[in-house]
Write a protein that binds this ligand. Structure first.
Ligand SMILES: [Zn+2]
Length: 533
């Protein structure tokens, strides 16, 4: 149970401009909305710039320096390296309550490098990371909304504090549970999180998808000549393979909603050396905390069994965690009214043609960009699927995720096709629409603190009435800041030549010499592979 009576404390001083006559919330909403739209150029530059950095989780060095630099220039105070994560930060501006935080993820996807505005597989650098999820767009949404709000709050003397932060390594669910554990956002009253999508929307209640725990199991054996004296070796790779076989047998007896998958992060060095070390990295996903924990416990026993069978030593470490998401009713309903007023961007014929070509490139129905909003999401039958560590924050304060329309619908996700639109007018316009909703919603929360109280009443009396948040990470589990280092050390020097220079080029498409939309592969390169990956 936390705060419950913010309203009475600050209602009297919510908005009393010192010089001009008081403006209504409606008038101020129009002003902040226009102010966001006047920053459409900034949104485009930020979307394009972060796209060009193409950084993977825990290695978002350029992205973090760029966004914090911009916020610092605009009067925000920055705390860097929060929760022991070098690329994490918290930016604050304003004073007093409510304290409203804006978060959004910043990391990319391995091997998802792709030229924007081109509707067939065509990487700038083959094998390099890219924004194959669209996380390059969220900070543009948040920063543009925050700058417009700050300007209005300064001119009108509106009380409140804005807090901005990044989802670092969201693809590995490897930051937000640590923010919660280390109290990074403890002063925040409400979190408005943003995530790229293909439509504009928000939901409340238990969301679809799963929570998870991400665990790496490592085995230690004994090396020996693979042919000369194999009986003297104890293979750590055997242990990994036995663990995987056992888990894959176990699958049949797990609830159908579970999702689990693994990659072998260390499989030994070469065939003629009995592998002395081997590691396998698992995600265990389920719909509820208890089911996740049960599967995690099962996997630990299986790993212990694999170690016994191979005479190896087993150890394991948590690499990431995410609670299943539950979003706040009051905040979602408040936000949805703004979503209806803002509506979808005006898509051009080019946008539709591009979206259809992208959809065709991955075998989806060529439906183009969406033309209508969906309804507000409400609790209903739950479907299994992906996870987002915003769940951990959503179980510690009223939180919603606003989805904004910067990407093409119908794509497989975590894939190069999801990067195709992410530095095109589709992404730019979607980010502005999202920023409008964010600014308008936050303004309303600043001006009507009774809504913040109502949000906490839902959080305390409904959401957490019979559910207590228990983190999957322990007090001493370090954040996995070594993730993706080797990949980025390999590709960063190659990517640097393609960083977007907004001082020389209007858009990233212009810098790359790409005509938008490029729908088919030029006939001059008939030998180009259908898919180079
Ligand atoms: Zn994401």
């Amino acid at each position: 149970m936390r705060r419950s009576t913010l309203c009475a404390a600050i209602a009297a001083i919510a908005f009393v401009p010192l010089s001009a006559p008081a403006q209504t919330l409606e008038e101020l909403t129009v002003r902040v909305d226009e102010s966001v739209q006047s920053r459409a150029k900034l949104a485009q530059v930020m979307v394009d710039k972060i796209f060009s950095f193409s950084e993977l989780g825990q290695q978002e060095i350029e992205t973090s320096a760029y966004v914090t630099g911009m916020l610092e220039e605009n009067g925000f105070s920055i705390e860097r390296g929060v929760a022991g994560i070098p690329t994490a930060w918290v930016a604050r501006w304003g004073s007093g309550r409510p304290v409203i935080s804006f978060g959004s993820d910043i990391d990319g996807i391995p091997k998802a490098n792709q030229k924007p505005g081109v509707a067939y597989a065509d990487p700038l650098i083959s094998g390099a990371p890219g924004h194959g999820e669209g996380h390059n767009s969220g900070q543009a949404v948040n920063v543009v909304a925050a700058l417009a709000l700050k300007e209005l709050m300064e001119s009108e003397g509106i009380q409140g504090t804005l807090v901005l932060w990044p989802g670092v390594a969201e693809e590995q669910l490897a930051s937000k549970a640590w923010y919660v554990r280390d109290g990074v956002l403890d002063d925040v009253d409400v979190t408005l999180f943003t995530h790229v999508s293909s439509n504009l929307g928000v939901s409340w209640g238990q969301a679809g998808g799963t929570g998870l725990v991400s665990v790496e199991f490592s085995f230690e054996g004994e090396a020996a000549h693979g042919a000369g004296a194999p009986w003297r070796g104890r293979s750590a790779l055997d242990a990994v393979e036995l663990m995987n076989v056992a888990w894959n047998f176990k699958r049949e007896h797990l609830r159908p909603d579970q999702r689990s998958h693994y990659v072998i992060t260390d499989g030994g060095d070469q065939p003629n050396v009995v592998p002395v070390s081997a590691s396998v990295w698992y995600y265990f996903r389920e719909m509820d905390y208890e089911d996740i924990q049960r599967n995690y416990d099962t996997a630990v026993r299986i790993a212990e069994g694999a170690a016994m069978m191979t005479d190896t030593e087993m150890s394991y470490r948590v690499r990431g965690a995410a609670w299943p998401r539950h979003f706040n009713r009051t905040v979602a309903e408040t936000m949805y009214e703004h979503i209806e007023e803002v509506g979808l961007p005006e898509w051009t014929e080019d946008d539709h043609a591009f979206a259809e070509a992208v959809q065709q490139s991955v075998g989806s129905i060529p439906s183009g960009m969406p033309m209508s909003l969906g309804p507000i999401g409400v609790p209903g039958p739950r479907r299994s699927g992906g996870s987002d560590d915003i769940g951990d924050i959503a179980w510690t304060m009223p939180t919603v995720t606003m989805r904004f329309p910067s990407n093409v619908p119908g794509l497989p996700g975590h894939h190069w096709s999801s990067a195709m639109a992410m530095a095109t007018p589709i992404a730019h316009k979607g980010a502005v629409a999202g920023a409008r909703v964010m600014a308008r919603t936050a303004l309303q929360l600043f001006m009507m603190p009774e809504l913040v109280d109502e949000a906490w009443a839902y959080f305390n009396d409904v959401q957490t009435a019979d559910m207590e948040y228990v983190s999957f990470i322990g007090p001493n589990d370090p954040p996995p800041i070594d993730l993706n280092k080797e990949i980025m050390d390999t590709y960063r020097p190659l990517l640097e030549q393609y960083y977007y220079d907004e001082t020389r080029f209007d858009t990233y498409l212009e810098q790359l010499g790409i005509t938008y939309p490029t729908l088919t592969r030029p006939i001059s390169s008939p030998d180009a592979p259908e898919s180079p990956r």
